[in-house]
Design a protein around this ligand. Structure first.
Ligand code: SF4
Length: 504
């Protein structure tokens, strides 16, 4: 069974599982802008793509396995009528390719129709599912999105949409950014700790909610702002405006710092920060914390590029000991020393460890003239299993590098993610089982350094208390079975709903 795939990259890095979008327009079909939006979010999920629209009378849905470009034909888009709609791209969990979990999830029930796109992961979905099953709900998938849909549908039997969602928010625990469509009304919801991103934009003839602002750029719109943690945003029918309801307010947020480091597009603005500039700043801080003098600084393409550019800039201003460079000091050269084969990528399947190790050679080729006889610092954003780093060091040494120093623009990943990122298990995570010195020895680099957690918080201009740092501290902002928390959180009591007799 395939155990790994990637999209355009080559690393064994963590993978985002989903991207969501919702649109309300004046009087043109939302299908095409949704389709373009999903293209803009393709990096967040490549297993399946889907769009659900509503024309004021009925829902239309097309959800397909595969990339956006393969999932929709002209006829499919033409059949998706209606000026409101939601969309979704999904990445599979490790080893699974499962059509029943493709989204948006849609369901018709007594109070109308519901469509749901979810980015994130609930940690108490099983408890709610069990309770709803006991109340007679039948589930078609094992995903947590269907649990949210059933819970909202149930609440809609005796509440309006806003109260129904609020009631569900009081029961679900975990990470969620949602684009929901109830009949022809689109709403967006971000979990009370704002773990996954969601933003609002204005289009010429309507409004859009999306995981990343790059979607809004793609549609020639203007970013308005992030959806606030715990906020529900309703896009008015006819694209006339939007209403905001702050349903829950927590003292601290738990933004996923990895969005800025790794997942999001560099051209997206998340939590008011351009991701590209954050990565450059992380690179600068990496130089300040652990800079090493070398002839050449090069990125691991494409993931390390912004970090390496910030690192090289800082390296040309001060020496590794923090002294200003003398005029005759030529500093370091910033160069692309590894060329990526862009045509090995998205469907590359690596069934065995041996073949996974071969992947780097297939995807990257060193430019010998920038490497041979030189001391090289190579910059990447993360190390997960270490396999790729080992291959990279060997690739550079085979190309004639005299020394290879590796610098990583994030802290060591020591624990898995339960919030919707496919990060690998503790057994697989090299930093969960080895010290930095041992990792350096394993990957056969001349030196290795990671960025500190404080530097990440400083680059994001957030306190540590407002970030999710679960994968680098092993302490999570949610109440997760068998794990410790970094704040005062606990799961809601489930099992308090009365049975209803209506057919929902
Ligand atoms: S555990 Fe890591 S990857 Fe997961 S949400 Fe937290 S910061 Fe992001």
């Amino acid at each position: 069974m395939p155990q790994g795939r990637d999209f355009g990259g080559y690393t064994d890095g963590p993978t985002e599982k989903c991207g969501v979008v919702g649109i309300s327009l004046d009087d043109r079909n939302a299908a095409r802008p949704l389709y373009y939006s999903l293209y803009a979010l393709q990096h967040r999920g490549q297993e399946s793509a889907g769009i659900v629209t509503h024309d004021g009378f009925q829902q239309h849905s097309h959800v397909e396995m595969g990339l956006v470009g393969d999932a929709f034909s002209e006829n499919d888009l033409d059949s998706l009528n209606g000026a409101t709609g939601i969309g979704h791209v999904r990445y599979p969990t490790a080893g699974s390719v499962n059509s029943c979990c493709a989204q948006p999830f849609s369901v018709s029930f007594k109070s109308g129709s519901l469509g749901l796109s979810h980015n994130g992961n609930l940690v108490n979905a099983d408890e709610i599912r069990e309770e709803l099953e006991n109340l007679g709900h039948a589930f078609t998938s094992d995903g947590d999105t269907e649990v949210i849909a059933h819970d909202i549908a149930r609440n809609l039997l005796d509440e309006d949409l806003i109260r129904a969602v609020k009631r569900t928010m009081e029961r679900i625990h975990g990470s969620y950014s949602l684009a929901i469509m109830h009949d022809d009304v689109v709403i967006g919801v971000r979990d009370p700790q704002g773990n996954r991103p969601l933003c609002i934009g204005e289009l010429e003839d309507g409004y859009v909610l999306a995981s990343e602002s790059a979607v809004i750029d793609t549609l020639d719109g203007e970013l308005i702002r992030d959806v606030r943690p715990g906020e529900l945003v309703v896009l008015e029918r006819g694209g006339a405006g939007y209403d905001s309801y702050q349903l829950v307010q927590e003292e601290n947020t738990a933004h996923c710092f990895f969005e800025h480091v790794y997942f999001a597009r560099p051209d997206s603005i998340i939590d008011e920060k351009l991701v590209y500039e954050v990565r450059r700043e992380l690179g600068r801080q990496l130089w300040e914390e652990s800079g090493v003098e070398s002839d050449v600084v090069m990125p691991v393409p494409d993931s390390g590029r912004a970090f390496a550019s910030g690192y090289a800039d800082a390296a040309n201003e001060t020496t590794a000991t923090g002294e200003p460079r003398e005029e005759d000091d030529t500093g370091v050269e910033f160069a692309e020393g590894l060329m990526k084969n862009r045509y090995v990528g998205r469907t590359f399947i690596m069934p065995t460890q041996d073949e996974r190790e071969r992947a780097v050679r297939l995807k990257l080729n060193p430019i010998k003239s920038t490497i041979e006889g030189k001391t090289v610092t190579i910059i990447d954003d993360s190390i997960v299993r270490g396999t790729t780093s080992m291959q990279l060091v060997s690739l550079l040494k085979d190309a004639g590098a005299e020394e290879v120093h590796m610098r990583i623009g994030a802290p060591p990943i020591i624990a898995p993610c339960y919030m919707g990122i496919d990060m690998a298990t503790r057994d697989e995570l090299i930093a969960a089982n080895k010290s930095v010195a041992e990792i350096c020895e394993t990957i056969e680099a001349d030196s290795l350094a990671y960025l500190s957690i404080d530097a990440v918080a400083s680059a994001l201009e957030r306190s540590r208390a407002d970030l999710c740092l679960g994968c680098v501290t092993g302490e999570y902002p949610y109440d997760i079975d068998g794990e410790t928390t970094d704040r005062d959180v606990s799961r809601p009591d489930i099992g308090t709903q009365e049975p209803v007799t209506a057919d929902d």
